[in-house]
Design a protein around this ligand. Structure first.
Ligand SMILES: [Zn+2]
Length: 182
């Protein structure tokens, strides 16, 4: 990717400017216009910047995380209000939790395998035309995005189990109560 002479420094600065989301310096811009190798790198970085701007990586923003937490808290207190007599976890919670965890863990190896393959393929593909530092940065962003979605999905399992246990108990109670005594 890099050659001898001024190109090495120019290409490093072009990449640094891209990573910092800044325009490259006037001297480097002038060099990139005159030099085909540096001009090609600058064009590639521009395309990549457009792609990243148009399609942001799946990232769980702080606002969305806070909204999800608020909703989970509200649902939990609503569920607690249904059964004020029982403090703590509803009956059947443990069973629901184990059932959901087993169900969620089943596809995990396949999901991780697909992500690892995507990651390797993406890194090998990008390594052909981007500097290693940039490939590492993109890989880190990809891994972070994936990790936040996994954390959201697996972190929500206890809430889902709690709701499922409450719903089952309510259904059992409704079924056991004769119509005229309600
Ligand atoms: Zn050059």
């Amino acid at each position: 990717m890099t050659t001898d002479g001024p190109c090495h420094g120019v290409q490093e600065r072009l990449t640094d400017a891209f990573l910092a989301r800044e325009a490259p310096g006037a001297e480097d811009r002038a060099h990139a216009e005159a030099c085909s190798a540096c001009g090609a790198l600058r064009a590639d970085l521009r395309v990549l910047a457009d792609v990243l701007d148009a399609r942001p990586l799946p990232e769980l923003g702080a606002e969305r995380a806070a909204a999800l937490r608020r909703r989970a808290t509200a649902e939990l207190s609503a569920a607690a209000a249904i059964r004020p007599a029982t403090a703590g976890l509803p009956p059947g919670y443990r069973r629901e939790l184990v059932r959901l965890l087993a169900w969620a863990a089943l596809p995990l190896p396949a999901v991780l395998l697909v992500y690892a393959a995507l990651f390797r393929f993406g890194a090998a593909f990008l390594a052909d035309w981007l500097p290693a530092a940039l490939v590492t940065a993109i890989g880190a962003a990809f891994a972070l995005g994936t990790a936040s979605w996994m954390a959201l999905i697996y972190g929500s399992i206890p809430f889902v189990a709690q709701r499922a246990a409450v719903r089952r108990t309510a259904q059992r109670m409704a079924a056991a109560t004769p119509l005229d005594s309600r």
